[in-house]
Design a protein around this ligand. Structure first.
Ligand code: ADP
Length: 398
């Protein structure tokens, strides 16, 4: 079975074609500037075919999908003989609200439910819907599955997902913590249990997804019991450009003083805050480390704040789960930034965590970075959201 995994953004579309017999990625790629002009980078990973990296007109997502299918099946760049060899399509969908606790086969009712969640994810769900419709246009009635970023977090108990605001806002408007990065937390927690050689039902895990956007998840017995992102992906940890947790009074104060509209204020909190806002240097941890090494104090402060917040939130999840067996680092910063990992692990001395410095310096593999006698284990596990999407798609249509 061959499954096409699609992650559609408003002007971009990422894809992978995965052979589910071996779980090998046959080809991957990225369409960019959809609706502007259009560019496709297509990388075949089997058969020694060349990379295609050129402008291709893409007035809409339908032309983007058509270009992807054309490349996947072309004699020069292709990895399959025809579109018929693609058995199913798995779509990443950001928000499934309270309706979807699992991945689901897409039909008219599911499309309507994804549309009903647009107010919760006004930037993301419309793009995901456009990607699904474009696949329908180009690929006809191939089975399609929606995999939601929020689904894994639906097991949180009320005490974790409720906000302490009048109850009617939850009941009437769905105001609650939803959480994001669910497919990533699901993947790395499952992989961690495999690496530990224990059933996930017996483990208490804390997964730290640290990229441009960052979130932490408490996973007890394989189920999410709490997570740091909330109603939106703005809260929890300070991130590349997002503020993380913030006193709502600050918003009122700044808006009044500078005369900002709510959209202007949210633009600052989403795009100009986080480690970028504090450092004034960059949202990229590589730039922050370089600046800190040169003596830039605000860059060092931003790095210190990030490590502190990860440790603080993870510590609260140790309390929430009454213990922890392993802590996992994943995503761009989690997989690559050994200094940030070391700075975070320093806070876990009270848990009996001991860092294996040599293991911590390695990259690009699943690896335990705590010493064998460390009471709580620490792992780096490169995330693989596409594989979760492909596996769920196979399980549902297979
Ligand atoms: P996204 O949330 O967009 O998926 P990623 O998970 O790809 O982001 O993470 C991107 C971030 O990872 C970059 O902004 C940078 O801060 C960080 N990063 C990537 N490579 C390294 C590295 N070698 N060292 C430190 N940080 C890195």
């Amino acid at each position: 079975m061959k499954i096409l995994v699609i992650n559609a953004g408003s002007s971009s579309l990422k894809y992978q074609l995965i052979d589910m017999e071996t779980e090998q990625v046959m080809a991957k790629g990225l369409c960019e500037r959809i609706g502007i002009d259009g560019h496709l980078k297509h990388t075949p990973l089997v058969g020694g075919k060349p990379v295609f990296n050129e402008d291709v007109p893409m007035p809409t997502h339908s032309e983007a999908i058509a270009a992807v299918i054309e490349k996947l099946t072309s004699p020069e760049y292709g990895v399959v003989g025809s579109m018929k060899e693609i058995d199913a399509v798995g779509h990443r969908v950001v928000h499934g609200g309270e309706k979807f606790a699992k991945s689901v086969k897409i039909d008219a009712d599911v499309m309507a439910a994804i549309e009903a969640c647009i107010p919760f994810a006004p930037l993301h769900n419309p793009a995901n819907i456009t990607g699904i419709k474009a696949c329908r246009d180009v690929m006809g009635d191939v089975p399609m599955v929606a995999v939601f970023d929020t689904a894994f977090h639906q097991t949180m108990p009320g005490k974790a997902y409720m906000y302490a605001v009048p109850y009617e806002y939850y009941k009437n408007d769905g105001i609650r913590r939803y959480g994001f990065h669910g497919t990533s937390h699901l993947y790395v927690s499952g992989r961690c249990a495999e690496l530990m050689g224990k059933p996930i039902e017996e483990l208490k895990l804390i997964s730290c997804h640290m990229g441009n956007g960052s979130s932490i998840c408490a996973i007890d017995g394989g189920k999410c019991v709490d997570t740091s992102m909330g109603f939106t992906p703005l809260v929890g940890l300070p991130m590349g450009t997002r503020c993380g947790d913030l006193d709502a009074g600050v918003i009122q104060f700044i808006m009044k003083k500078y005369g900002f509209t709510i959209d202007e204020m949210l633009n600052i909190l989403n795009k100009k805050s986080g480690v970028l806002g504090v450092s004034g240097v960059s949202s990229d941890f590589r730039d922050l480390s370089a600046a800190a090494e040169q003596g830039n104090e605000r860059a060092q402060l931003a790095l210190d704040m990030f490590a502190y917040w990860v440790a603080k939130v993870a510590g609260s999840y140790v309390a929430a789960m009454n213990g922890v067996d392993a802590i996992i680092f994943t995503a761009g910063v989690g997989e690559n930034d050994s200094d940030t990992r070391a700075a975070i692990v320093k806070y876990f001395g009270y848990l009996g965590v001991k860092l294996d410095k040599e293991a911590n310096s390695k990259r690009g593999q699943d690896i335990m970075i705590s010493t064998p006698d460390s009471k709580v284990k620490v792992f780096v596990i490169p995330t693989n959201e596409e594989l979760v999407i492909a596996r769920d798609t196979k399980a549902i249509v297979g």
